[in-house]
Design a protein around this ligand. Sequence first.
Ligand SMILES: Cc1cc2nc3c(=O)[nH]c(=O)nc-3n(C[C@H](O)[C@H](O)[C@H](O)COP(=O)(O)OP(=O)(O)OC[C@H]3O[C@@H](n4cnc5c(N)ncnc54)[C@H](O)[C@@H]3O)c2cc1C
Length: 200
Amino acid sequence: MPHSTSPAVIEAIRKAVGPTACISDERDMEPFLIEERGLWRGNADIVVRPTTTEQVAAVVKICAEAGVSVNLQGGNTGLLGGAVPQGGVVLSLTRLNKVRELDAVNHTITVEAGCVLADVQAAAKEVGCLFPLSLGAEGSCQIGGNLSTNAGGVNVLRYGNTRDLVLGVEAVLADGSIWNGLRSLRKDNTGFDLKHLFIG
Ligand SMILES: Cc1cc2nc3c(=O)[nH]c(=O)nc-3n(C[C@H](O)[C@H](O)[C@H](O)COP(=O)(O)OP(=O)(O)OC[C@H]3O[C@@H](n4cnc5c(N)ncnc54)[C@H](O)[C@@H]3O)c2cc1C
């Protein structure tokens, strides 16, 4: 697979997210290039670990304009090779991991894509709530990955797939714009339910 990211694009990305968010040393990039069981190995020019939605949007915009591929990676626990990069940029959501809001009355939690599932469960438990999504990879997989794969898990028959637990989504589109569909309203009948385009 040819490497396709020009030095100018790499420099623009570094500027957008700061040098500490970027990994380009081959040895340090290794964990982001492989599938855990060793079934697949990919390649990339740089691994980028943004800490805000705006940084994600900036990186996606730079790559879209330059025609560089972006490979999203959460906890890299998916067993189908979807997170294994095929050249270009690895966008790892690991550091986008804040709990933005926890509403014990409304029974809602707003978390960033890189939150580890077990941490979301623990945050809910602390205020006497249950976040019912549970699966073997919960110590490593991230909410963004769970939504992307519409994970089911051990409680799926009672509580549904991940899709059924989501009230709203904030998404960075392929051109780098941000779509804000973050809602915690249960009975939301306004317009099309666009969040489902992003889940699964
Ligand atoms: C031990 C084990 C048990 C499991 N048990 C179950 C089970 O019971 N039920 C079930 O349904 N699944 C199960 N799985 C699969 C599980 O659903 C996935 O591993 C998990 O949801 C993926 O999350 P991740 O953060 O690791 O995503 P990754 O593996 O990093 O990525 C998976 C896909 O999602 C994309 N992606 C990741 N993050 C984002 C994001 N923020 N935005 C857009 N795209 C993104 C990636 O590009 C990739 O295509 C299991 C996996 C393991 C290893």
